[in-house]
Write a protein that binds this ligand. Structure first.
Ligand code: FES
Ligand code: FES
Length: 451
């Protein structure tokens, strides 16, 4: 199913997808200050279009900037945050809505394109104040886990059932194939759609599998999650859904080079752009956030940070990988912040690099750190970290077969659907931070130390 939009004249999907993968960070300035800057920016020559769109049965007449996406219109301007932004580039399906009954990615539609159309979001699925049968089936079948993909899954499933009252399992899977679930709860989602369509193969819970043991009545029966209703209605609030008066948007400029020294960085043109409130670089923010190596998995420990020779800063010079942060911009909206990134001039001296670990161990290999390319342990010893359990040689000697092969795994862990968004608010000496993390204490301590 093609959930992408058409390419239009002027602002194209490519234009607004370019560079959209940067980390979104959010800071705040005084509300009055930001509002004044926003109106100053509004007077700049940004093309605008008056549109009329029906969203969940309500007619809206809105003047949109031609560069806004549909998901931006829904979330930032109509305050319908049930539709989520995962990738913001037409890959994950978290932003799926119905456009004239057809499932589309709202991040891949420009706002002017939806003039005269009818949009349905997850907030519009309830019927007479009650969950729709599909929402109820998602609740009953434990469809939402983290729930970030749930609204998009519901919209695609709604489109499937609207076009085919009795879809086969393969047809349901085909209709929802554009919706990723990082929690990998695909079977539960498909079974929920089957339950509504009445096409389920059988009640798996009641099936004793030939064991003769009946389903337990009091221990282990399916139980809906306590927050399932919030997640199937779009009412669950994630970090990226929180907004505050006067908040500004952050964007990060990242290195396009795997290894380079920054000879000069000129942010004057970015700072002069109306609507930009701050630009920071390695010269302005010498903040240590961790050790450069894995250091036995303790790179974020206070003690390791104190002694390690491989200190990683918020912004590094030299940069050591494609994507290493070089500068960050805060501005009154995400488009101004994005534009400002393009106005930062960085003069890089390209340095040699290698891509394979074996090449990095060669004596004449380019050095990622002055001390070399082996990660130090927690006492700064640059030696291979070897863990031995039992008598390996004896184990091989006794084995019936010995297979030798090279195995490797990705260094970067799989990404979650929810973005690494962060919103921060100063109130006097108190800083409140909203961010999705399992390491609340680490965040708390690191931010306090850095400030
Ligand atoms: S497809 Fe739109 S946010 Fe991922
Ligand atoms: S429930 Fe699907 S991404 Fe978490």
């Amino acid at each position: 199913m093609d959930k992408h939009g058409p390419i239009a004249d002027g602002w194209s999907r490519r234009t607004f997808l370019k560079g959209a993968g940067g980390t979104l960070a959010v800071a705040t300035v005084a509300p009055g200050e930001a509002t004044a800057m926003a109106s100053e920016v509004a007077q700049e020559a940004v093309a605008r279009t008056q549109i009329r769109v029906i969203v969940n049965g309500t007619t809206h007449r809105v003047e949109v900037e031609d560069r806004w996406t549909l998901v931006e219109l829904l979330r930032d301007h109509l305050h319908l945050t049930g539709t989520k932004i995962g990738c913001d580039r037409g890959e994950c399906g978290a932003c799926t809505v119905l456009l004239d009954g057809r499932a589309v990615y709202a991040c891949s539609q420009l706002a002017p394109w939806v003039d005269g159309t009818e949009i349905t979001t997850v907030e519009g699925l309830e019927e007479g104040g009650r969950l729709s049968p599909l929402q109820q089936a998602f609740v009953d079948g434990n469809g939402p886990q983290c729930g970030f993909c749930t609204s998009g899954q519901l919209m695609s499933a709604t489109a499937v059932l609207a076009s085919n009252g009795a879809p086969t399992r393969a047809e349901i899977q085909q209709g929802m194939t554009g919706n990723l679930c990082r929690c990998s709860n695909y079977n539960a989602l498909v079974e929920a759609v089957e339950a509504v369509a009445g096409t389920a193969a059988g009640d798996a819970a009641a099936d004793d599998g030939g064991s003769g043991i009946s389903t337990l009545a009091t221990v282990g029966p399916p139980t809906a999650r306590v927050d399932a209703v919030e997640r199937v209605t779009g009412r669950a609030t994630y970090s990226g859904d929180v907004t505050l008066p006067g908040m500004v948007y952050g964007r990060v400029l990242r290195s396009p080079h795997p290894h380079a020294r920054i000879r000069r960085i000129d942010v004057s043109r970015a700072e002069a752009l109306p609507g930009v409130t701050a630009v920071i670089t390695h010269e302005r923010a010498p903040i240590v956030w961790g050790a450069g190596s894995v250091a036995g998995g303790r790179q974020y420990n206070d003690q390791v940070k104190e002694i390690t020779t491989q200190r990683r800063h918020l912004f590094n010079n030299p940069v050591r990988f494609v994507g290493d942060p070089v500068a960050a911009v805060a501005a009154v909206d995400r488009h101004v912040a994005e534009e400002a990134l393009g106005l930062i001039d960085v003069d890089y001296e390209l340095l040699p690099f290698v891509l394979e670990p074996e090449a990095a161990l060669e004596p004449d290999a380019p050095k990622v750190w002055p001390e070399g390319n082996l990660s130090p342990d927690v006492e700064n010893r640059h030696e291979p970290m070897v863990t031995t359990l039992g008598d390996v040689d004896a184990g091989f000697a006794e084995a019936d077969h010995v297979f030798e092969e090279r195995y490797s795994t990705a260094f970067v862990h799989d990404a979650q659907m929810e973005r690494r968004t962060c919103l921060a608010q100063w109130e006097g000496d108190k800083l409140t931070v909203w961010t999705p993390t399992q390491g609340i204490s680490n965040c708390h301590r690191d931010i306090a130390r850095s400030l």
